[in-house]
Design a protein around this ligand. Structure first.
Ligand SMILES: NC(=O)c1ccc[n+]([C@@H]2O[C@H](COP(=O)([O-])OP(=O)(O)OC[C@H]3O[C@@H](n4cnc5c(N)ncnc54)[C@H](O)[C@@H]3O)[C@@H](O)[C@H]2O)c1
Length: 449
């Protein structure tokens, strides 16, 4: 039974993965080029923001070490997970510029190994990459044939930032694209010792697994945009309420209620780019991808549509407050987040904007937008967007999803655009009517996306 693994890439996904394996008893060697991340793991400190990671790192002491040396890590382990970044290219495809040097280093280590080694690609790649460039680099550099000296799997994770550890331990299903049955069996066995549930395992060839990974996220983005399309329609029809409609739709088992809520645009490091990659894949292969293209276009238009609603309520030079800049709760990531894009849209129309988020690095996010002020606290953001008013007075504040549970004293319901006040006094309705509901009476942690 395999007992040691190496994890290459200690970013938002790789660092929690390494800790998860170690906490389940594997001997884990974690690798990154970034000396600070290696040092952090060595000291038992999280190199990235992820709830529960600090505790997990304490739990797995003695099972987890870190290094910058990929070759040594491969030599000293029986399986290697590649979790380096795969940045988007201009046409929407994924770059292999970090994956290929990683595979070359793995190949050099495999050349001198006598035992069979499992290589698992977790990073998101374009369909055709695993069985194409990646396999051929590993074979060329190692001098070994895939399926004989080493085995190769493509096995992406379906995790959401903020819940990576739970999602990793309790997946809905596992996806394995395998070079051969023996290799897939070894990876299935690793997962069976790691997962705390008994998920279905979908095993297939590389290309089907690569397509499935993109298809899952493209389906979800389509569903979110469908709900947002309903919301836009309901806003135009007196007495229509998108929540009533989607709640009923969700009861149909063919549809289901998950991700079916009219609200703000989707964002983050996966949904937008996986959807665009799907469209790029179709385009590159002369196939029809109108649905993915329309979903992306609609999602971008959602920012402008909500910005228009804000502009209609803007009066004079009073700043517009935006509370919550991360793309979802319990993360510090602002990539393509609704709050960030809304702020940029309003600032580019020369409207004064004041923002606050306790989790995000706002000075970096708004370095190029000097018209956006960064408030010192949620209360400060509300006060600046309603100057001269008491705490019970109206505030022009929007609350996209974020880590609101950490802000005491304010009442929020998030995920969709809503009005917000520090009191129950009436405030201008800044959200589309179909998205508006009375605020709950106590601080509430928003549900995760
Ligand atoms: N973050 C997510 O929510 C998520 C979810 C599913 C899939 N993924 C996929 O997982 C992959 C990693 O994503 P991430 O968000 O963790 O990226 P990230 O940018 O947070 O981390 C990538 C890490 O890889 C390291 N790295 C780059 N080249 C290296 C090399 N040659 N050797 C060792 N380390 C190297 C970087 O220093 C960095 O620490 C991507 O392909 C992404 O699409 C991410």
């Amino acid at each position: 039974m395999l007992s040691s693994v190496s994890v290459i890439g200690l970013g938002k996904l790789g660092a929690p993965m390494a800790a998860c394996f170690a906490a389940r008893g594997f001997q884990v060697i974690a690798v990154d080029l970034d000396a600070q991340k290696v040092d952090a793991i060595g000291r038992g400190v999280p190199p990235v923001h992820e709830p529960g990671l600090a505790e997990l790192l304490q739990e797995c002491k003695g099972h987890l070490s870190a290094t910058q040396d990929t070759e040594a890590a491969v030599r000293d382990s029986e399986a290697t997970f590649i979790v380096v970044g795969t940045p988007s290219e201009p046409d929407g495809g994924f770059s292999l510029r970090y994956v290929i040097p990683t595979c070359e280093a793995i190949g050099r280590a495999l050349r001198d190994k006598n035992s069979f080694h499992l290589v698992v690609l977790t990073s998101t790649v374009m369909p055709g990459s695993t069985g194409g460039e990646i396999k051929s680099v590993l074979e060329r550099v190692s001098g070994k044939r895939c399926g004989e000296g080493f085995g190769l799997c493509y096995s992406p994770e379906f995790i959401a930032l903020g819940t990576v550890i739970r999602d990793f331990y309790y997946p809905d299903f596992l996806l394995i694209g395998e070079s051969d049955r023996r290799t897939g069996d070894i990876l299935s066995e690793i997962y069976s010792r790691t997962c705390k549930n008994s998920p279905a395992i979908a095993r297939m060839n590389f290309i089907n697994a690569e397509i499935t990974k993109l298809a899952v996220n493209t389906y979800i983005t389509t569903k979110i945009s469908y709900a947002n399309m309903l919301a836009r329609l309901c806003e135009k029809l007196p007495e229509a309420d998108v929540s009533v409609v989607t709640n009923a739709l969700g009861l149909d088992s063919r549809i289901g209620s998950k991700y079916l809520k009219g609200g703000v645009s989707y964002g983050g490091p996966c949904f937008p780019r996986d959807n665009r990659a799907f469209a790029a894949l179709a385009e590159r292969n002369g196939a029809f991808s109108d649905l993915a293209v329309a979903t992306d276009r609609f999602n971008r238009a959602q920012i402008a549509a909500i910005a228009d609603i804000v502009k209609n309520h803007q009066s004079g030079l009073q700043p517009i407050g935006i509370l919550g800049l991360t793309y979802k709760p319990d993360t510090d990531v602002v990539e393509e987040s609704f709050g960030l894009l809304l702020a940029q849209e309003l600032a580019s129309a020369n409207l004064p904007v004041v923002v606050f988020d306790p989790s995000a690095d706002l000075s970096r996010a708004f370095a190029a937008h000097k018209w956006v002020r960064i408030a010192a606290s949620a209360e400060d953001c509300i006060a600046q967007s309603a100057p001269g008013c008491s705490r019970s007075a109206p505030a022009r504040v929007f609350t996209p999803p974020s880590a609101w549970s950490s802000i005491a004293g304010a009442r929020f319901r998030t995920w969709r655009v809503r009005r917000v006040s520090t009191t129950s006094a009436s405030v201008p309705r800044l959200a589309p009517p179909s998205l508006w509901r009375p605020l709950p009476q106590r601080t509430r942690k928003p549900s995760a996306s």
